[in-house]
Design a protein around this ligand. Structure first.
Ligand SMILES: C[S@@+](CC[C@H](N)C(=O)[O-])C[C@H]1O[C@@H](n2cnc3c(N)ncnc32)[C@H](O)[C@@H]1O
Length: 267
């Protein structure tokens, strides 16, 4: 019978951490146990599951879809192929939002997907803010509301094409919208995630063009709009915010030093 160590060795083309996490899942072991006991025999059923998961990883499926969950902001979120896998760089948007929120603020997460941003904000403010998460995908909203329930957070979930069904006002509007150009070569590696969560027109800016002017109308006076964007889109997003009439516009960088979030304030 194959043991854990030899399975790890046989699949060295896959990331070591991914292989270890799959074994943890198949064998209900911690990583420390997997590392400490490589001689543990792999039962036939676990071996079959592992080989099938290895095949799916090679096919480009994200590990988070195989495991059905992903950590974000220290919270475990359920994910499936109806939602984007939350990315670590999006935690910058949460961090900036939390620095801004005052008790009683109405906060909107536009294009909430798995609910990652809305749930992180609601969980960290402990009910002090009134948080709404919206999406135009009913499948995504089902995942988000289930995550909100599982993590015992108070978030209002609303189906809306961007701001159409959201009259506001909000003190804070957050969004990590789709921002990849339709013909971007990087899309080939993201084929398992929903296209509507990734792409926004020929230059990747269509969602920003839609959101920025409408968000300004829904902000309370002095309210903030904060948008995550691609690392080369800061200039264009700042320009859209300036054209719409937002003030105090600035772009913040992520841990890798890339322009990642642009914010602006209503007068
Ligand atoms: C990049 S994903 C972000 C998901 C999540 N907020 C996160 O950061 O992990 C963009 C989200 O916007 C949603 N979306 C795309 N077009 C939309 C539209 N017209 N109206 C509302 N939501 C939309 C997608 O369904 C997707 O969930």
């Amino acid at each position: 019978m194959t043991c854990l160590g030899s399975w790890l060795n046989q699949h060295q083309d896959l990331e070591r951490l991914d292989r270890e996490l799959l074994i943890c899942e198949a064998m209900r072991m911690t990583r420390a146990q997997v590392l400490a006991r490589p001689e543990t025999p792999l039962p036939a059923a676990a071996h079959r599951d592992l080989n099938e998961w290895a095949r799916r990883l090679r096919d480009g499926e994200p590990l988070a879809y195989l495991l059905g969950r992903r950590e974000f902001w220290g919270l475990t979120l359920n994910v499936c192929d109806a939602v984007l896998v939350p990315r670590p760089e999006t935690e910058l948007l949460v961090e900036l939002a939390l620095a801004q929120i005052r008790p009683g603020d109405r906060v909107l997460d536009l294009g909430t997907g798995s609910g990652a941003i809305a749930i992180a904000v609601a969980s960290s403010t402990g009910g002090a803010a009134q948080v709404t998460g919206s999406d135009n995908s009913m499948a995504a909203l089902a995942v988000a509301s289930e995550n909100g329930r599982a993590l015992d957070t108070q978030v209002r979930w609303i189906s809306s094409n961007w701001l159409d069904a959201l009259p506001g006002p909000f003190e804070l509007i957050l969004s990590n919208p789709p921002y990849i150009a339709e013909n971007d070569p990087h899309l080939a590696a993201l084929g398992h995630e929903p296209q509507a969560a990734l792409t926004a027109g020929p230059d990747g800016l269509d969602a920003f063009r839609h959101i920025v002017p409408d968000a300004l109308q829904r902000l309370s006076s002095g309210g903030w709009l904060m948008l995550e964007h691609g690392y080369q889109q800061g200039e264009q997003v700042r320009r859209l915010m300036r054209q719409a009439g937002l003030l105090a516009i600035e772009t913040l960088t992520d841990l890798a030093g890339h322009e990642r979030v642009t914010r602006g304030r209503r007068a």
